[in-house]
Design a protein around this ligand. Sequence first.
Ligand code: SAH
Ligand code: SF4
Ligand code: F3S
Length: 462
Amino acid sequence: MTDEAQRQDQIIQELSQHIKGKGLTFFIGTFGCQMNALDSEKIEGILTEIGYTKAENEKTADFLIYNTCCVRENAELKIFGKLGALKHRKKTKPNFMVALCGCMMQQDVVMDTLKKKYKFVDIIFGTYNIYKLPELLQARIETGQNIIDIWKTHEDIVEDLPSIRKHAFKSCVNIMYGCNNFCTYCIVPYVRGRERSRSVDDICEQVETLVNDGVKEIMLLGQNVNSYGKNLDDKPTFSYLLERLATIDGLRRIRFMTSHPKDFSDELIEVIAKHNNISKGLHLPIQSGSDSILRRMNRVYSREEYLDLVRKIKSRISNATITTDIIVGFPGESDQDFQDTLSVVEEVKFLSAFTFIYSKRTGTPAASMTNQVSEEVVKERFNQLVATVNNISANFMQDQVGQKYEILLEETSKNDTQMLSGRTDTGILVHVHVNDASNFIGQFVNVKIISAKTHYLIGDLI
Ligand code: SAH
Ligand code: SF4
Ligand code: F3S
C-alpha cells in the first residue's frame, strides 16, 4: 500500500468508530461511462468499510452521492434536476448528506453554478481525488462546514483502497487514466486530464488477484487503450500488456475499450488473433464517415484509413465484430457529409452503434465553430441513422439463428425474469431459458440460437 492509501485507510478506521452500528445508509447514483462505474465501486468500497450500508433507493439514503458525467448536456441537466428536488429534503432532514463528484465537477462553469445556487451540497470532489473521500468526509463531520476539493490535475495514481465489485465473476480494470487526443467536440481531456498509465506489473498483479478471487472476465478500461504505456519509462505497448494478461491461468475472457482507430497496430491485431481468451468484439468509434468532418473533429484518420483497418482486422480475424460510436450534427455537417456517414455504416455493417446528437460543450474548440446545424435537421438525420443501424443489426442477428455460441451468463434478464442474459465472446447479448438460475450466473455455457431480435438473441442450452 502507498503512504497515501495508508493514510486514508487510517482515517477509514477512525471514522468507522463513529459510523459503524448506527444503521446509516448510502446510495450512489452513477452517470456516464464505465470509468465512472468503476469509480463508484471504489466509493462504495470506502463507505462500506467506514460502516455505511447500502440504502434500498435514493429516497431513503442518509448519504446520497452523485457521480456525474458531462460528456453531453443532457447528462448535466439530469443532475441539476435531481439537485433541485433535493433542496426540500435537505431542509427537513438535518442529518441527510449530499456529495457530488465525477467529471462535471471539473468544470469551472459548473462549480460557479453550484456555489451560487446549490449551497446545500455537503461535499464536492472531482475525478482526481476520489481516494481522498475518507479525509473529506471526516473534515465535513468534524467541522460541520461544507467541503469543496477540486484539483486541476494530478500525476500520482492511488489504488489499493477498498472497492466493492458489482459482479463476482467479472470486473473492470483501469489500465490508464485521462486522454491526450483532444477531439474537438469532447470535454473528456479537460475533466480527466492527461494520459497516465498504470505499470504492467501493477495491472497484472491486480488481474491475478481478481482471477484467484473467481473473476473469469475482465474489461480493460481507458479512453484510448491503444496509447497505453506512452508515458511510462520503458514504454510498454498495449499489445505487450494484453499478451501478458492473456497468459494468466484461469482468465477466460479479456475485453477492452476504447480503441482509437488511429493507433490500432498490426501487432495488436496479431495478439488478438493469437489468443482465444481475448475478445474478438472490438469497439472502434468512427464518429463520422466524412473526411472533412473527421478532419475538423481532429480524429487523425480518414474514412479510407478506417475502412482499411476494418478490412485488415476482418481478414486476419474472421469472426471479429465491430461496434462503434457516431455523432450526428457536428458543426458544419452537410447533407453530403451525413450521407457519407450512412454509407460507411452500410459498408462496415457494424454489429451495433451508439449514436449521439452532437452536444456543444463549453471550452471545446467545436463549441466556437460558427456553423452549428439546426435542431430539426439533426433530429431528422439522427432518426435516419438509427433506422439504418438497427436494420443492419437486425439482419446480423437474424443470420445467427441456428449458430452455436459459448456465452458467459451474467444476470437475470431485464425483460423476463425466467431467463438469464449473457454475452458471447464478441459481446452479443443472448437471453437463455434455464431452470435453476442461481446455479448458472457466472458460468460459461454453450447455447444454440433459436430466435433473434434487433439487439439481442434468444438461445437454448445445449
Ligand atoms: N474515448 C472514447 C469515447 C469517450 S466518450 C473514444 O474516443 O472513443 C463516448 C462517446 O461520446 C464518443 O465516442 C462520442 O461518440 C460521444 N461524444 C463525446 N463528446 C460528445 C459531444 N460533445 N456530443 C455528442 N457526443 C459526444
Ligand atoms: Fe474524447 Fe476523443 Fe479522448 Fe475519446 S479520444 S475521450 S472522444 S478526446
Ligand atoms: Fe465518462 Fe462522462 Fe466522464 S463519459 S469520462 S463519465 S464525462
